[in-house]
Write a protein that binds this ligand. Structure first.
Ligand code: IMP
Length: 430
């Protein structure tokens, strides 16, 4: 078996797009296994930017691209994304893109529900992307969701929709929102079905074949481990399991299909949306990281919150995600800092702790314990070998390895694919 799984090991936006593209160029098959179009990957290829939300990154390089059953699919958003790629001369055909029959669909009522709920949450809002992700996962677990394959059976679709709308409309009415009629949803689904159904495929069957014939498979995680619905900063998380254990469930393969597990971490930390963030900076350094790192959400354009690297949090990700190695991104953003801090533990109510607590109030009260190391104060931007990195930068990386318990096998020094240092050939272990 030869596969690799890429997951974010902080709160998302670690720069997965670059690594995923770098690996996608070598992979035969690229698979999304959770999330939806709340994800935002930016690929920079020959100076051209490609923004992906729902589509697997493989589409840009014409690799077989799978949307597994663990993904929630908004049909209209999918079609819009396909059109955006066509405008960039990338034609996405059913030979390339294959969507699992059992993917739950995001309907217009899910989007309204997501946004209406956020409104009433007031000070406690999660800061969702407002794209209907949470309500769709809820319906999946409650056995109410409409799945892609339901579009092929008009009778099934009708009674399933009755059940779903009875639930949605009761909620919408209680939130003071407009309710949906069955006809308007049916009409919408009929319109999109013609264009989306050609992409429907027996994904688990196909995956079994790819695995058997030893194709190189890249599992492309979206969001990140700290946004995992079980292991993240609940309830300020997304609604799917983002941990690598989800690869098998979300693509219809077994528990061992994920291969080598590479966690992506930024050389500092960022977060979009609400929720605890112990190492967040509210000063000039935080502003500097945001500006130099161009920290604005790909999907919503919101400025990201910025802070120091939190080794406790990444160690948690290593443990719950079973990570085999890390890719350290955006090292160059730290270039001009005189000193750099790493969070090595927390103080909670005066006591030292070295793990990330699950209780929300405790998470809010955490005071980071920092280790301060000298900055390198020189340019690492575009450096392509570890030996050419300043000694202080190499020390910083080594410290991260010791604190997180895994090797940094990839170092990224610019958005360009070529500016990537492979410090250990992890591909040999895939
Ligand atoms: P939802 O996934 O839209 O329900 O949003 C839940 C939380 O996950 C919010 O804090 C979002 O900002 C965050 N989130 C969702 N997708 C991403 C992503 O791709 N990158 C970073 N944060 C995300």
């Amino acid at each position: 078996m030869s596969s690799v799984t890429i997951v974010g090991s902080q709160w998302g936006d670690e720069g997965k797009g670059k690594i995923v593209d770098w690996l996608a160029s070598q992979a035969d098959v690229v698979v999304r296994f959770q999330g939806g179009h709340n994800a935002g990957h930016t690929l920079v290829i020959n100076g051209q930017n490609y923004k992906l939300s729902l589509l697997p990154s493989g589409v840009v390089r014409k690799k077989i691209s799978i949307i597994g059953n663990g993904v929630v699919v908004d049909p209209q958003a999918l079609l819009n994304e396909i059109v955006r790629f066509k405008e960039k001369n990338i034609e996405i055909t059913p030979d390339i893109l294959k969507i699992a029959e059992n993917c739950p669909l995001i309907l217009p009522s899910h989007v309204v529900l997501d946004q209406a709920r956020e409104k009433v949450r007031g000070n406690h809002k999660i800061g969702t992307t407002g794209r209907g992700i949470g309500p769709t996962y809820e319906d999946k677990v409650a056995r109410r969701a409409i799945r892609l394959c339901d579009l092929t059976e008009p009778e099934t679709l009708t009674w399933r929709l009755d059940e779903l709308l009875a639930h949605h409309n009761a909620l919408l009415a209680s939130l003071g929102e407009k309710i949906f009629t069955k006809d308007e949803i049916l009409e919408y689904l009929k319109r999109v079905a013609v264009k989306v159904l050609p992409f429907m495929a027996p994904v688990s069957e196909l995956m079994a074949g790819y695995l058997k014939s030893n194709k190189f498979i890249l599992f492309e995680g979206a969001q990140a481990i700290m946004l995992d619905v079980d292991h993240g900063t609940y309830p300020f998380v997304t609604s799917s399991n983002t941990v690598p254990s989800q690869t098998g469930i979300g693509s219809g393969t077994g528990p061992k299909s994920g291969g080598y597990i590479l966690g992506i971490a930024k050389a500092y930390t960022t977060r979009v949306g609400a929720g605890p963030f112990p190492t967040e900076l509210f000063d000039e350094t935080g502003k500097h990281l945001g500006e130099k790192g161009y920290e604005f959400g790909t999907v919503t354009g919101r400025p990201r919150r910025c802070g120091w690297f939190d080794a406790v949090l990444v160690r948690h990700a290593v443990q719950v995600g079973g990570l085999n190695g890390l890719a350290l991104m955006k090292l160059d953003v730290l270039d001009s800092l005189k000193e750099i801090k790493i969070c090595v533990g927390y103080k909670l109510d005066g006591k030292k702790i070295e793990h990330f607590p699950y209780t929300l109030e405790a998470q809010k009260r955490l005071e980071p314990i920092y280790e301060t190391i000298p900055g390198w104060n020189e340019k690492t931007y575009g450096i392509r070998s570890k030996e050419n990195l300043p000694i202080a930068a190499r020390n910083y990386i080594e410290r991260i390895e010791t604190l997180t318990g895994v090797k940094v096998v990839v170092i990224s020094t610019s958005p360009e694919r070529e500016d990537t240092i492979l410090s250990e050939n992890f591909l040999a272990k895939c």
